[in-house]
Design a protein around this ligand. Sequence first.
Ligand SMILES: *Cc1c(COP(=O)(O)O)cnc(C)c1O
Length: 414
Amino acid sequence: MSDTQLYPQINPPHRLLMGPGPINADPRVLRAMSSQLIGQYDPVMTGYMNEVMALYRGVFRTQNQWTMLVDGTSRAGIEAVLVSAIRPGDKVLVPVFGRFGHLLCEIARRCHAEVHTIEVPWGEVFTPDQIEDAIRQVKPRLLLTVQGDTSTTMLQPLEELGAICRRHGVLFYTDATASLGGNPLQADEWGLDAVSAGLQKCLGGPSGSSPVTLSPEMASVISKRRCIEQGIRSASHEDGDDEMIWSNYFDLGMIMDYWGPERLNHHTEATSMLFAARECARIMLEEGMDNIIARHALHGRAMVAGIQGMGLSVFGDIANKMNNVMGVVIPENVHGEAVRKTLLEDFHIEIGTSFGPLQGKIWRIGTMGYNARKDCVLQTLAALEAVLNRQGFRTTQGAAMQAAWDIYDAEARP
Ligand SMILES: *Cc1c(COP(=O)(O)O)cnc(C)c1O
């Protein structure tokens, strides 16, 4: 047998991805990705880069000039912001309410930051007062937050944190990978200095590109370090403790030079991913940011009603849950992994498992991006209910569907 017979052309099965991400990409995004490549400095390509900057200003709701893509998965955007903003010895404060808060701490430690954390139990979020108290005590240079932590499904309210950060002279970052597009985010109005995201959650694309936006203040902090790298120490620059950014690939100063009018060569922009990111933003802005958030809220509510309708409970503080993902408490005597396996094998539906303290305790079900749709919600509920009954967990047959339909009917009635 020849190698190509052993390894035939790729042909993945049709799955309905209803976990916490990735989800099925919008076919429009896949079509954009299959477009032919053009040269890195072709005016058409640099034109696309400028368009992407403009489109993502709309998505992040910002006027920030420095709104661009970091090539790599969402973690690349997080790492780019952190390595570019954090100087060795900087104090950072991380309110940790799930797995991704720990990731911010881990990356910040690699940047030789002095990392301070506050924590709440998984399933809860922080009040602005708790965060301000910690800022008073720690006096950090940066506040590093996660807006929506998929590990717990919770959404940290950020609206009031920008004003707090300004009062205390703190730079304010959030990882909005899981929440952007499904929940409100107003980068400028909320005083965010940096936001990073990814395509594979509510944006309806594949993983592999990370949109980021930087406030003028954050951009200037990063540019100062860039000047030092280039041996241009500006006279106005007093703090001698700035150091060269240790990463070349994630040096946002260099990435700004590439995306900006100077077009200094850095990496080769990941062209097909840029096509994808551009189409994701176009789809969102066409629908309208408020409408897309409302759509995620509706299908999230329908999924919650259906889950409760079949006698299961929702994990965590529902008032602070992300619209686009929910935790379902696995009932006693039900084998969580066996349920997931049957859903995948017999229905081609994927739902998520969990990590850390929640491992084996909850499933995570997402209704996001291209899959924040009525048919996806109803199919998932019907399948899950059937599998649970098959495994001996008795529900009132059909109750889940009726509960979800009630939500849709109520929405349709003005
Ligand atoms: C899903 C998720 C990510 C994903 O990062 P990748 O590098 O794209 O895998 C990052 N942050 C949060 C909060 C997430 O929910």
